[in-house]
Write a protein that binds this ligand. Structure first.
Ligand code: GLY
Length: 323
């Protein structure tokens, strides 16, 4: 919708995907966390912020929430260290930037933002640490007691989980209740520009040097036509080249919901485990999951909604003209 030459901004965010949240109490707490971020970032978009700046703001807020596996509250790798990855994509300029396996920083997404205007736009561990020093960003410890306890428990159980918990809870998650963690934000601003950002502590307990999908175009991608952020098992997302695949389909002319449905039906054939949030240039918002739960919330210009109690079928849903 265009009013006085301005587009109605749209916003969708996620705090991961995984297996069922425990009970209604869990749902309400996560909903409260997500809605707070949606309210603040949507107001920022209404004040004229660019999609890129709104995405960065939303990622910072989610990185600060210890419930989610990004920034503060990131999971630990096999050696007990936190290494985080983040990416930012400006759909308008079709420009990707990111950091891979960076430590001791509060907001990895800020590094990705700085790199948007650098000739070298994706930096890994040593390079990202050097950038932190150059920018004189204070050293920050993202470790929380809950994540440490989780790592100790898993170490005792010899790393049986495929992935660490996406939401930090007051009691440790059971191995059978493993969840997938990442945060992500996708926005359309009032000038019709799209952007996507994704940040993660990784899948937890992984080998040193493992690279997350979140800092690849497989997990975070945008053009002027669509923007997508993924969450879930990084290897599954990479194998499907999921964000890039959905965005290219929309860029080539498919409606967003059709592009999502086609990509998800292919993914289901391969038993993938992930969730996706997306917006297209018409203002259509879409989300989908092959995992049991997708922790996402959105603002469509009229109201806030969420996907926390999304039914099993259909696995792809949306609002607007994208399908
Ligand atoms: N999707 C987060 C990761 O696998 O690293």
């Amino acid at each position: 919708m265009v009013l006085d030459g301005r587009v109605q901004p749209k916003l969708i965010i996620h705090g991961g995907a995984g297996s069922s949240l425990k009970g209604k109490g869990g749902v309400e707490v996560v909903r409260h966390s997500l809605f707070k971020v949606v309210e603040e970032v949507y107001a920022f978009l209404l004040s004229g912020a660019s999609a890129l700046d709104a995405v960065v703001r939303g990622c910072e807020l989610l990185e600060d929430d210890p419930r989610f596996n990004a920034g503060t509250g990131s999971v630990l790798q096999s050696d007990g260290q936190i290494r985080m990855s983040a990416a930012l994509m400006d759909g308008d300029r079709r420009r990707f930037s990111g950091v891979i396996n960076v430590s001791r920083v509060q907001h990895p997404i800020d590094l990705a933002q700085t790199l948007q205007n650098s000739p070298d736009r994706v930096l890994s561990d040593y390079g990202a640490a050097e950038l932190l020093r150059e920018l004189q960003i204070p050293s920050y410890d993202a470790l929380t007691d809950l994540r440490l306890q989780e790592w100790i428990q898993e170490r005792q159980e010899n790393f049986v989980k495929t992935m660490a918990g996406v939401v930090a809870e007051q009691e440790l998650v059971e191995p059978s209740n493993a969840r997938r963690g990442t945060i992500g934000v996708v926005a359309l601003d009032e000038q019709g520009r799209l952007a996507a950002g994704t940040s993660t502590g990784g899948k937890g307990f992984e080998r040193i040097g493992r690279v997350s999908d979140s800092a690849m175009p497989a997990g975070n991608y945008a053009t002027a036509h669509a923007a997508v952020s993924c969450t879930g098992i990084g290897e599954d997302i990479i194998d499907e080249c999921l964000a890039g695949r959905i965005v290219v389909r929309v860029t080539d002319g498919l409606p967003l919901l059709v592009a999502m449905k086609r990509s998800f039906s292919e993914a289901q054939e391969h038993q993938r485990d992930f969730g996706v949030i997306a917006i297209d240039a018409t203002g259509a918002i879409a989300w989908g999951k092959t995992s049991e739960v997708l922790l996402a919330a959105y603002h469509d210009g009229q109201q806030i909604g969420d996907t926390l109690e999304m039914s099993e079928e259909p696995i792809v849903q949306g609002l607007g003209d994208g399908g």
